[in-house]
Design a protein around this ligand. Sequence first.
Ligand SMILES: [Zn+2]
Length: 413
Amino acid sequence: MSASLFTTLFLVALGLYTAIQLWLAGRHIQHVSVNRSKVPPAFANKIELTAHQKAADYTLAKTSLERIEIVLGAVILLVWTLGGGLQWLDSIWGSSGLAPLWTGTAFLLSLFALLSLIDIPMSIYRTFTLEERFGFNRTTVKTFITDQLKQFLLLIVIGTPLIAAVLWLMNNMGTYWWVWVWAVWTGFGLLMMWAYPAFIAPLFNKFNPLEDGPLKQRIQDLMTRCGFTSNGIFIIDGSRRSGHGNAYFTGLGQNKRIVFFDTLIESLSTDEIEAVLAHELGHFKRKHIIKRIISMAIFSLAGLALLGWLITQNWFYNGLGVASPSLHTALALFLIALPVFTFLLHPLSSWFSRKHEFEADAYAAEVSSATSLTQALVKLYEENANTLTPDPLYSAFHDSHPPAAVRIAHLNS
Ligand SMILES: [Zn+2]
């Protein structure tokens, strides 16, 4: 393939990627606006009109911002690739006099740091304007700044050895380096899943063990019923940053934890909390977590095999604005340009995720109560101002959870 042909392919893919996303967002805005005036019949006596309209307005504001981000993202990608951004960064580190391994590591670390720096203005707008306007923001300027600094330090501490190891393997393991990189990458992913709840999440939130009492008793009974052991039930101070509530289940092996946001504990009854937890346990019991790990491992092996071939093709570099091929520019191009070519797989992953949500709901109905879970979901939809009327196509493409009406109808069937 010639470089100019690949440039054309890239531009066509980026055009499609941008146009399809803008079109879906436009449909979503249209659909939510049309349904703003009336609570959907299935929720008529469960949710007030004012709450429904708040959810509509919040969704409209978020989706409008999303449209700006789609366009900005395309412009930024063009600047990094055809605009010569990566070439510029490469020439800066190229003249640093560092050994090749460290030149490559510094190049990638600075690229990731710049990418997240570019993201900060949007993040400020989202936190302090959009979330603030709908009453969800609890983040102070101080928390925001310390969060950014902690993330930057994590990038350096975790990113440096990982990137250096990957570049070293690419350079020293011959034609099949990508199998080695895959093994390291997968091992790293598992290590992070294990380490995240115990070592990283506590850098950002306080984890307090759930106090003894009727709620803890209910939760322990449920876990015994389901044959589930964990390394504790915790409440985190999610309210330090946001009014949105959530519950999740994290960690691997001995480090499994159940985590509730304090905001969720405040708004749900004991029955409802039990049902939400039963849903989370459902993900574990129906082996969704292991399935996700396996499918991610398969996709990353395929991706790395593809990179193993691309790295030897000059058009891959020249067609994306990089004059001199190198291991680190190949990695950078691959990471930033790949989504443009693979985004049509996104609906497939959303579909699997929604299928898993239905299965976890069914499990919760079996071991806890469908009625309590329905009540909890209605409350959570209302409190998080999630729209009840998403555009069906937008939702099918993006949503990891089924739309409220479909999900609740399914639960009660
Ligand atoms: Zn779920």
